[in-house]
Design a protein around this ligand. Structure first.
Ligand SMILES: C[S@@+](CC[C@H](N)C(=O)[O-])C[C@H]1O[C@@H](n2cnc3c(N)ncnc32)[C@H](O)[C@@H]1O
Length: 300
């Protein structure tokens, strides 16, 4: 299975699909959400999908005139949609992060389970920065920043020092090399959380995940129609915080803006006050959905 779509029904409901509408799935992956959206559109409807990973193209639907695939980073969504004359759109879905396929393919280097795997972690294989290049070329300070900001690891300076010490003896290339470099800092038992944080930090930096998410959110204001829906599913608190603040206030620090008369100005109305999380049933069937948080908003 390439990827099991998470909170499928909740996302479809959130998009408020009109059969003749234009929708965007900016994280196509295995195409689970896209294929379900296509089923709800009639022949006037349109779906545009993005994925920067060439592997996702294995999952494209058979010839369908209503479907357009863009093999690019969604960072430039507005340009791509404008070029194809597709603005405004009625709904935009993002299911952030990596797919099960990416995570379970050892040579992609996303998972600490495969000791021999090279530390790649690029979603777009044409990018020049991989986790290996980062680990062997960043300065101690840059490494500490990555671990602190994106892994929320409080011993980030120690970790950075250990990387520098290790790489002066031998280049860090594989998961095993990284584990060896940081072995003194890893907890003896239940080290799962520690390695998840280390790998998360590297992955976010390699793929500039927070930067592209911010850019996407800002552009969503320009591409969505009035009453158009923004549906975003995130898998860690750094992303969810940005999405939550943006939906509530239109900016990333969460401060409400007011006009001259004291009326609140915000580009979106949140549809659900709290983030939606997977049902008990879904959690049992698909434990990987456990960290998912879904937020839905409507363009004012
Ligand atoms: C969690 S998966 C999506 C799964 C999909 N909803 C499904 O049901 O199969 C995320 C996908 O988004 C892609 N992706 C992540 N960030 C991206 C970006 N900035 N631009 C384009 N694609 C991106 C990844 O390559 C991955 O295939």
């Amino acid at each position: 299975m390439y990827h099991n779509p998470v909170m499928l029904n909740e996302c479809l409901k959130g998009l408020n699909i009109k059969p003749d509408g234009t929708f965007v799935d900016i994280t196509f992956g295995g195409g689970g959400h896209s294929k379900a959206i296509l089923k709800l559109l009639d022949k006037r409807g349109k779906l545009i999908a993005f994925d920067q990973d060439e592997d996702a193209q294995k999952n494209l639907p058979a010839d369908d005139e209503r479907f357009v695939f863009i093999d690019q980073n969604f960072e430039f969504i507005q340009n791509h949609l404008a070029y194809q004359n597709l603005i405004p759109v009625d709904g935009l879905l993002a299911d952030l992060g990596v797919s099960s396929h990416q995570f379970d393919t050892d040579e992609r280097g996303f998972s600490y389970r495969f000791d021999d795997a090279e530390l790649d972690m690029r979603m777009d294989k044409s990018n020049s920065l991989s986790a290996t290049s980062l680990l062997n070329n960043y300065t101690e300070e840059q490494l500490a920043d990555v671990f602190y900001q994106y892994g929320e690891l409080h011993n980030s300076r120690t970790l950075a020092k250990q990387i520098i010490n290790s790489r002066t003896q031998k280049k860090i290339e594989t998961v095993a090399d990284l584990k060896k470099a940081l072995e003194k800092s890893a907890p003896k038992f239940k080290d799962y959380k520690f390695w998840s944080q280390v790998f998360q930090a590297l992955r976010i930096e390699v793929n500039r995940e927070l930067e592209v998410l911010k850019s996407l959110l800002m552009q969503s204001k320009e591409v969505l129609n009035t009453n158009g829906r923004l549906v975003i599913m995130s898998y860690h608190s750094l992303e969810d915080r940005l999405v939550k603040n943006f939906i509530n206030t239109g900016n990333f620090n969460g401060e409400l803006e007011k006009d001259f008369y004291g009326n609140i100005i915000r580009p979106f109305n949140p549809i659900s006050k709290k983030a939606i999380t997977p049902s008990k049933d879904e959690l049992e069937k698909n434990p990987r959905s456990r960290s998912a948080k879904l937020r839905i908003a409507e363009r004012v």
